[in-house]
Design a protein. Sequence first.
Length: 175
Amino acid sequence: MKRAVFFQPVVNILFFFHKDQDTQALKEHLIDELDYVLVPTEAWNKLVSWYGCLEGQRPIVRKVVEHGMFVKHCKVEVYLLELNLCENDNMDNVVTRHFSKADTIDTIEKEMRTLFNIPSEKETRLWNKYMSNTYEQLNKPDSTVQDAGLFQGQVLVIERKNEDGTWPRQASHPK
């Protein structure tokens, strides 16, 4: 007697902390090879073509990040860095987003422009907020999150240039 084999679709929504996949925030303490298996994009595409996936489900895409000061090694960055984003003129409206350590300051700025409906032609500056009144300008767009020294829970502020050409926030010192 032949037994029928039924395969389930690929399901990754169970790994998310929130039901909202847009944040890409994973549950904490997931263990590689026990809770999940890392696969290249081509393997993911094959699995989905063979078994399907839940409607609306997206792949969990992660980058390979270089670690180490003197001895470098590469590792898949499973958990992204959580950053708190806000506008200079409305710092109570904080939006949390997750970024890779390999993402650039420019990537974060583009996300903030989208979040806060800032047109691409509007001149902006990004600030790293350390404490209630301590800010550092993030003025190297090609710098990575890791190179900029950003950390979990860091607050980043986007500032729009005034119509008269001045800035609401004056730079603490020229760089």
